[in-house]
Design a protein around this ligand. Structure first.
Ligand SMILES: [Zn+2]
Length: 301
């Protein structure tokens, strides 16, 4: 059986299974993987120097590409910075650019490099090599390519997660979403940490991460049973704009109160919705044409 056939067979058997059975199977698989990991760690000391036992060395653990994230990225078209800023906020989900990207070829190079990051799992260093010419031409300091790398890769991952979380089968079983801020998060995200809203609440149109440069926050799904089990409560009002007193991420000191609001142009599931169901009416004739040509070219590839 080829890996492709195996994948199809597994997916087919999952869709025929009822959810309890699937949960049982998954939890047993996770337990088995954990025990196997413990076994490997426990026996490691006895391995001949530098050699893995054959049954472990044989295992192929190449991570799988994140299909939904790649699809989101490939649904975008690279455009110049000028064109980009003329677009309405939501339409920007369908385009890629960066400030200083005045020539289309330069934008295209960076776009292609991020595509490789998503498809082949390039590291930041490899990404920098790919766009060496752009970095040189624009005189970018290190943090600039770092930020473009993180922002766009995380955005694509979030779009991919959002796509999975809004799958009707997942929504039916896990209808609540919880915001999870990373430790040391910026003041914007601290105020949202662990807040729970229904998945279909308009709250997420504004507050789906990422919400600022280097934002590593995420959204996790919850079932009704989990709410009960952990005694979690669902927010009943939108706290956007309410005053909140954040702590300095470095010192822990209280900062002056400020309204809860993501910086303009950041965050929100509205852009993902637009990406999955493009409305091109906000595009100029020329951009619309390019978008359609690009989509047709990719569909044919
Ligand atoms: Zn954040």
């Amino acid at each position: 059986m080829t890996p492709e056939e195996l994948k199809k067979a597994v997916i087919a058997s999952f869709s025929a299974m009822d959810a309890t059975e699937l949960e049982d199977l998954l939890s047993r698989s996770i337990l088995a993987a954990t025990l196997y990991g413990k076994y490997v760690a426990g026996t490691e000391a006895a391995w001949p120097a530098g050699q893995m036992p054959a049954h472990i060395a044989r295992m192929d653990i190449t991570p799988l590409p994140f299909d939904e994230a790649i699809k989101y990225w490939q649904g975008k078209i690279p455009i110049t910075a000028d064109e980009f800023w003329k677009l309405a906020d939501e339409s920007r989900a369908l385009a890629f650019s960066y400030s200083g990207g005045t020539r289309l070829e330069m934008v295209q190079d960076v776009y292609d490099a991020i595509d490789k990051v998503l498809e082949q799992g390039l590291t930041l260093e490899q990404f920098r090599d790919e766009i060496g010419q752009v970095i040189e031409d624009l005189g970018w300091p290190g943090y600039r390519s770092d930020m473009i790398f993180r922002t766009n890769v995380l955005d694509a991952y979030n779009a991919g997660r959002h796509k999975q979380q809004t799958d009707p089968a997942i929504l039916a079983r896990r209808p609540y979403w919880q915001f999870v801020a990373t430790a040391g998060a910026c003041p914007v995200c601290q105020g949202m940490h662990l807040k729970i809203y229904p998945a279909d609440d308009p709250f997420w149109d504004t507050w789906y991460p990422e919400l600022h440069p280097h934002c590593m926050c995420s959204v996790r799904t919850l079932s009704v049973d989990e709410l009960d089990e952990f005694g979690l409560s669902v927010e009943t009002e939108d706290i956007t704009g309410k005053l909140f007193q954040p702590e300095d991420p470095e010192t822990g000191a209280k900062l002056p109160p400020r309204p809860l609001m993501p910086p303009r142009g950041w965050g929100g599931a509205a852009r993902f919705k637009q990406a999955w169901n493009p409305d091109l009416s906000k595009y100029s004739e020329e951009l619309r044409q390019r978008f359609e040509e690009e989509q047709a070219r990719r569909a044919a590839a």
